[in-house]
Design a protein around this ligand. Structure first.
Ligand code: FMN
Length: 370
């Protein structure tokens, strides 16, 4: 008996099934970081009755950009465009939360207002590339945030959440994973601060928890989720004691009563499956977090069923499979084959590799076409 296709509650979100669309940066917004017509079509295609979509990561301020072409939620002018997306998803019977983003050090001066240095907890550069207006560029050396600059950034998460609410989103997810700003505060390789945002985990967790509370100011706790990637190394991340760090954070989020915890399994590096190991992170955090857990990272239908049946997660998010299969829930329900994804069209471009992946051909559609 399948568990993937049974209902589940995540805070105030009532889901008809447990196949979640993972947040996926696709860099196809219009100038002004506005949601495009193509984006409306893409999300409409992937909405399903009772399903949950987590939007692509969406910066809450211009300084939070590291990917040209990502849509924003830092300006009221962006609300109307997002409203088209949420209306379309709701019309299909689906729900959608917005992933709120600040990339911190994972940016380049060409993406920053005034060409300034990107900001971070500490002036420690990341290895790798940002997506600038003219293509990939090595990350710039970041500048350590002054203590008195931090409250204004936290407030932007609250403002982003309020705009997301005005745009009709069902909630928001704080992007605390994959080496972006909240994660840079959490993990001790990237946080060498000596003030109350650095040092012991109680301090390193402060940024993420305050950003979460700011978002709760708009939506209440039961429509705010948080994404974490314990032991993830993507973005040159490292922590000297991941079980303690992430266990503490999960416990604090549990006390806040958030809608769900979204856990990226460490067997994924960026987007590559590096080890066919068990999904260990969700199981570990289960001890500290009593609410709904969404697991992500390298799942297919059978492994998703397995983690649900083991009780280590309550729902499963799919990334690349959702890129290539707009009707992924139907395909998983029927055990139908999946379209292969084309990595070359992941980041930026046009409709090709974005809205042109085919749905399953159904018998009655065949006959209608004949
Ligand atoms: C093209 C692409 C864009 C992504 N963008 C985001 C993002 O915006 N936010 C995020 O938290 N994760 C992002 N991820 C990670 C996915 O959400 C997911 O965790 C990862 O792909 C592993 O799941 P999968 O094996 O089902 O693809 C992205 C992954 C891909 C392939």
């Amino acid at each position: 008996m399948s568990k993937l296709f049974t209902p589940i509650q995540a805070g105030a979100l009532e889901l008809g099934h447990r196949v979640v669309m993972a947040p996926l940066t696709r860099m196809r917004s219009d100038p002004g970081d506005l949601p495009s017509d193509l984006m409306v079509e893409y999300y409409t295609q992937r909405a399903s009755q009772g399903g949950l979509i987590v939007s692509e990561a969406t910066p809450v301020m211009r300084e939070g950009y590291g990917y040209a072409g990502a849509p924003g939620i830092y300006d009221d002018a962006q609300i109307a465009g997002w409203r088209r997306v949420t209306d379309a998803v709701h019309a299909q019977g689906g729900q959608i939360v917005m992933q709120l983003w600040h990339v911190g050090r994972r940016s380049h001066v060409s993406l920053q207002p005034g060409g300034k240095a990107p900001v971070a907890p500490s002036a420690i550069p990341a290895q790798g590339h940002a997506y600038g207006p003219d293509g990939e560029v090595p990350f710039s050396m970041p500048r350590a945030l002054e203590r008195d600059e931090i409250p204004a950034i936290i407030a932007r998460f609250g403002e982003g959440a309020a705009r997301a609410k005005a745009a009709g989103f069902d909630g928001v997810e704080i992007h605390g994973a994959n080496g972006y700003l909240p994660d840079q505060f959490l993990q001790d390789r990237t946080n060498h601060r000596t003030d109350d945002y650095g040092g012991p985990i109680e301090n390193r967790a402060r940024f993420l928890l305050e950003a979460t509370e700011a978002a709760m100011g708009a939506f209440g706790p039961d429509r705010v989720g948080v994404r974490l990637s314990p032991s993830g190394t993507y973005g040159s991340m490292h922590d000297s004691n991941p079980p303690a760090t992430f266990g503490y954070v999960a416990g604090r989020l549990d006390a806040l009563g958030i809608a769900y915890l979204h856990v990226v399994e460490p067997r994924i590096r960026g987007t590559e499956l590096i080890a066919e190991t068990d999904a260990v992170a969700a199981r570990h955090l289960r001890a500290a977090f009593g609410g709904t857990i969404i697991a992500a990272g390298g799942f297919d239908g059978p492994s998703a069923e397995a983690i649900l049946k083991a009780g280590d997660a309550d729902a499963v998010a799919f990334g690349r499979a959702f890129i290539a299969n707009p009707d992924l829930p139907d395909r998983l329900r029927e055990g139908a084959p999946l379209n292969a994804y084309d990595r070359s069209t992941f980041y930026g471009g046009d409709a090709h590799g974005y809205t042109d992946y085919p749905r399953l051909q159904r018998a009655h559609e065949h006959s209608a076409a004949e």
